[in-house]
Design a protein around this ligand. Structure first.
Ligand SMILES: Cc1ncc(COP(=O)(O)O)c(C=O)c1O
Length: 380
């Protein structure tokens, strides 16, 4: 018996309150922007949610007995990282975790380094917490985006925190052990706390690469680091609002949620059920997904290579393609795409005008249609 392909088709998300699909709800624009997938979550996760629904009581819920151990076993199995489950605390989102880290581990007006282009909350959250964002631009190389070490050193003199997006959204860079050790040395020298957002770490596309968790390094800066992660990107669970922070000590957990000043709710019970099931039982589906996403990345790269003026460094991780449109002569790439019936994310929101980000996590035939529209946007 052959296993059915879970990615051949997907539910219609219109009229479900989907942020992604509502944006152009009255127009023929294919939405390939915000980072969720159009696929249903795996059956093993749906079964766990159904079982939790059958229980019938949804009262205030703190971390469930299996939550931290499921994450610990997952991290050990996938990335060879042994954590202390007592250091794990459930958090209703990774972005929430960044906002809490800014308040807990930096003082008002302190600088927070971030590598740009980057996922928009990295740019906006520091100021919302009364801290300062210190952008350090990445360098575009033919095969990956890399760190400008001189610029990082200059910024470090003014920083108390560094927000790593690892793997990096939108460029898809997987930072190497050598990169991470160099960041760790710099953090130690300057007294900087590293906060590593590893929400994409289970979607490394190239088997040979692997993901090295920053806090797994044998380094003093790693022992002070905060890691944020979630099952939401990998198993498409963002709406269930369940993430985890891995803190340097169990004692810090008591200060974590209160740092939100009453604005941070508890995680919901269905989110816990889904997260635990995904980490424990979701690996077969995850590996099938990676196979699909690798093909989708290559399809986007091949199409982009055929459009004059566009370039795209192939992502090492994620389901995102970061496309440089500056050579196309099109003044507003986002507007040109929308006019051609395609809805990417606008590079301006990532701190870099002239780029667009395409989310390729949809059925292949939809992606092919999206790429026809991309071609039309820049060649019509
Ligand atoms: C790097 C990164 N961090 C955090 C998030 C959002 O996380 P959450 O929905 O858990 O707040 C995203 C979503 O795309 C992301 O790309």
């Amino acid at each position: 018996m052959t296993t059915p392909d879970p990615f051949a088709a997907c539910p219609d998300r219109r009229s479900t309150g989907s942020e992604k699909w509502d944006r152009w709800r009255d127009r023929d624009v294919l939405p390939l922007w915000v980072a969720d997938m159009d696929f249903a979550a795996p059956e093993v996760v749906l079964d766990a949610i159904r079982a939790r629904v059958e229980h019938g009581v949804f009262g205030y819920t703190h971390d469930t007995p299996g939550f931290a151990s499921a994450l610990a076993e997952h991290l050990q199995r996938l990335h060879g990282w042994r954590i202390d489950p007592d250091c794990v605390v459930g958090t209703p989102g990774v972005v929430t975790g960044l906002a809490l880290a800014a308040r807990l581990f930096a003082a008002p007006d302190d600088g927070i380094i971030t590598f740009t282009p980057v996922s928009p909350p990295f740019l906006t959250l520091p100021a919302r917490a009364g801290r300062r964002c210190l952008p350090v631009p990445l360098v575009q190389e033919p095969d990956r985006w890399t760190i400008d070490w001189g610029a990082l050193e200059n910024a470090a003199a003014h920083a108390k925190q560094l927000w790593l997006c690892h793997p990096h959204n939108p460029t898809g860079t997987v930072f190497s052990r050598a990169d991470l050790l160099r960041i760790a040395d710099l953090a130690e020298r300057h007294g900087i706390t590293v906060v590593s957002d590893e929400i994409w770490s289970d979607l490394v596309l190239d088997d040979a690469l692997g993901h090295v968790p920053f806090a797994s390094l044998d380094h003093p800066a790693a022992r002070q680091a905060i890691t944020l992660t979630a099952p939401s990107k990998t198993w498409n669970l963002a709406g269930l609002a369940c993430a985890a922070a891995i803190l340097p000590t169990p004692a810090m957990k008591t200060r974590w949620r209160p740092a939100g000043g009453g604005l941070v709710p508890m995680v919901n019970p269905l989110g816990y059920a889904a997260a635990e099931a995904a980490w424990r039982h979701g690996d077969v589906w995850r590996r099938q997904l990676i196979h699909l996403l690798r093909g989708h990345r290559d399809l986007v790269s091949a199409t982009v290579a055929g459009i004059p003026g566009l370039t795209c460094v192939p992502a090492q991780a994620t389901y995102l393609s970061w496309i440089d449109c500056r050579g196309s002569g099109v003044a507003d790439p986002q507007a040109a795409c929308e006019a051609a019936g395609l809805g990417p994310s606008d590079g301006r929101e990532f701190g870099t005008p002239g780029f667009i980000r395409l989310n390729n996590a949809c059925p292949t035939d939809r992606l092919e249609e999206a790429l026809r529209r991309l071609t039309r946007a820049f060649t019509a």
